[in-house]
Write a protein that binds this ligand. Structure first.
Ligand code: FAD
Length: 400
C-alpha cells in the first residue's frame, strides 16, 4: 500500500497527537486518521492553564488547538472520550473502552503524562484541574504550593497577582533545578519574594491536610488550597502492556520509532536520544510535542530524516518571560550577560567550553539569536561572552 494511504491511529488527542494528524494532512496523507482521546473535550493547549486561564483572561475556546470543523474538513476522526485500553501488535489493532477495535498500519503513541499526585493536594495538568483550582481561588484563600518547578511557580505567580497569600515550599536547596541554571532560578525566586510570595527552600513536606501543610522541620502552614507541582509521570501503561521497552518514557530510536517499526511515540511520553545533549531524555514542552509529531508524520510518509530539532521552552511569571534555547541542565559554568537587576539578562550555560544553551529573561532577541546559533551547530567560548561589548547579534552563525 502507498505510504500516503496507510491507516493511522493516534492514541492521545493532546498537543502532540493533534499535531500528528495536522502534519499528516499538511504533507498529503490521504488514508484514514483516527485521533483517540480520553478527556471528553476537543484537543487543547495546556500552557495557559497555569497562566492566563486561571485569571480568566483566556477562556476554554481560546485553548482549542483545532476546531471540530477543521477535523471534519480534513477527514480526521476524533474520539474525544473513548480511551484506548490495549494494543494487539500481532493483529495491528487497538481496542477502545467502548469495545470498538481500530486496525492500524501505523500507530502513534501520544499519551503524554499525568501529574504526580500527593494525597491532600490538588494538581494542575488538565483543563478540569484548572477549572477546579479557579473555583477554589476564592477571595482571601491562602495558598500553599508544593514544588518550585515551572508549573508550581507559574501557579504561585497567578495566585499572588490575584491577591492571595502564597507560600511555595521546595524540598531541594534551589528552585527549577531540573530546568534552568542557578542564576536564572535565583532571579525567578527573588522576583516572587519581591512580590510577597514566601519561598521556602530546603523545606521538605511531612504531611498535607485539608487546612494545613506541615514541614519536616515542624513549620505549620495554614492553607485553604494546597497545590502540588511535583512533576509528572509519563503515560506508558499501554506501551508496557504491549511489550514495548519503557525507561522513564516509551523508548524510541532516532526516528521516534519503538522496536516495533509500526509503532511510534511522541511528546511527553517518549524517551529519545537527544542530538543536542547526546543523552536519552524525555522532554515536556510544546516544541518537543509539535516537532516530534511533524517528524513522525514525515516518517510515516516515507521520510528517512531522524529527529534533530533543538529543544526550547518558555515560562511566563508576572512580567517575566523566561525563554530557554537548548538544554542547560548539566552545565558546570555560566556567564551572565546583562544585569539581572534590570530584569533583562541572559545566562549562557556551558559544560567545559561547550555551549549547552542560553536562558533569557525578558530578552527575546537573545533567545531568537541563541536558537539560530545552536540550531546551526554553532558554538561560543565562555571568554567571548564574558568579553566587554559582547553581543549575540555580532556573532556569526555558521551555514549548515
Ligand atoms: C499547566 C501546564 C503548563 C505548561 N506550560 C508550558 C509552557 O509554558 N511551555 C511549554 O513548552 N510547555 C508547557 N507545558 C507542557 C506542555 O503542555 C506539554 O509538554 C504538552 O502538552 C505535551 O503534549 P503531549 O501531547 O505529549 O501530551 P498531553 O498534552 O498530556 O496529551 C496527551 C493526551 O493523551 C491522553 N491519553 C493518555 N492515555 C490515553 C489513552 N489510553 N487513550 C486515549 N487518550 C489517552 C491524555 O489524557 C492527554 O489528553 C505545560 C504543561 C502544563 C500541564
Amino acid at each position: 500500500m502507498r505510504a500516503d494511504a496507510r491507516e493511522v491511529v493516534v492514541i492521545g488527542a493532546g498537543q502532540a497527537g493533534c499535531q500528528v494528524a495536522v502534519s499528516l494532512r499538511e504533507r498529503g496523507h490521504r488514508g484514514p486518521i483516527t485521533l483517540v482521546g480520553d478527556e471528553g473535550v476537543a484537543p487543547y493547549r495546556r500552557p495557559p492553564l497555569s497562566k492566563s486561564y486561571l485569571t480568566g483572561r483566556t477562556d476554554a475556546a481560546d485553548l482549542v488547538l483545532r476546531e471540530d470543523s477543521y477535523f471534519a474538513a480534513h477527514d480526521v476522526e476524533v474520539l474525544q472520550a473513548d480511551p484506548a485500553v490495549s494494543i494487539d501488535r500481532w493483529s495491528r489493532t487497538v481496542a477502545l473502552r467502548s469495545g470498538r477495535v481500530l486496525p492500524y498500519a501505523d500507530l502513534v503513541l501520544a499519551t503524554g503524562a499525568r501529574a504526580r499526585e500527593l494525597p491532600g493536594a490538588r494538581v494542575l495538568r488538565t483543563i478540569a484541574d484548572a477549572e477546579e483550582l479557579r473555583a477554589r481561588l476564592f477571595p482571601g484563600a491562602r495558598v500553599v504550593v508544593i514544588g518550585a518547578g515551572f508549573v508550581g511557580l507559574e501557579f504561585a505567580a497567578v495566585a499572588r497577582t490575584l491577591g492571595h497569600d502564597v507560600v511555595v515550599v521546595e524540598a531541594r536547596s534551589r528552585a527549577l533545578e531540573r530546568s534552568v541554571s542557578a542564576p536564572t532560578a535565583e532571579h525567578v525566586v527573588a522576583e516572587h519574594r519581591e512580590r510577597g510570595v514566601r519561598v521556602l527552600l530546603d523545606a521538605p513536606v511531612a504531611t498535607v491536610r485539608a487546612d494545613r501543610v506541615e514541614l519536616v522541620d515542624g513549620t505549620v502552614l495554614s492553607a485553604d488550597l494546597v497545590v502540588a507541582g511535583i512533576g509528572v509521570l509519563p503515560a506508558v501503561e499501554l506501551a508496557e502492556a504491549a511489550g514495548l521497552e519503557v525507561d522513564d518514557g516509551i523508548v524510541v530510536d532516532a526516528h521516534l520509532r519503538t522496536a516495533d517499526p509500526a509503532i511510534h511515540a511522541v511528546g511527553d511520553c517518549a524517551s529519545f536520544s537527544c542530538v543536542a545533549t547526546g543523552t536519552r531524555v524525555r522532554l515536556e514542552s510544546v516544541q518537543n510535542a509539535v516537532d516530534q509529531a511533524a517528524c513522525v508524520a514525515a516518517g510515516i510518509l516515507g521520510s528517512a530524516e531522524p529527529y534533530t530539532a533543538l529543544p526550547w521552552f518558555w515560562s511566563d511569571q508576572y512580567a517575566m518571560k523566561v525563554q530557554i534555547a537548548g538544554l542547560t541542565a548539566g552545565n558546570d559554568r555560566t556567564v551572565v550577560h546583562g544585569d539581572p537587576a534590570t530584569g533583562r539578562f541572559s545566562v549562557f550555560c556551558f559544560r567545559g567550553d561547550v555551549l549547552l544553551g542560553v536562558e533569557s529573561v525578558n530578552r527575546p532577541s537573545d533567545f531568537v539569536l541563541a536558537r539560530r546559533l545552536l540550531t546551526s551547530g554553532g558554538g561560543l567560548a565562555p571568554a567571548s561572552v564574558a568579553a566587554a561589548g559582547f553581543s549575540l547579534r555580532s556573532h556569526p552563525v555558521p551555514a549548515r
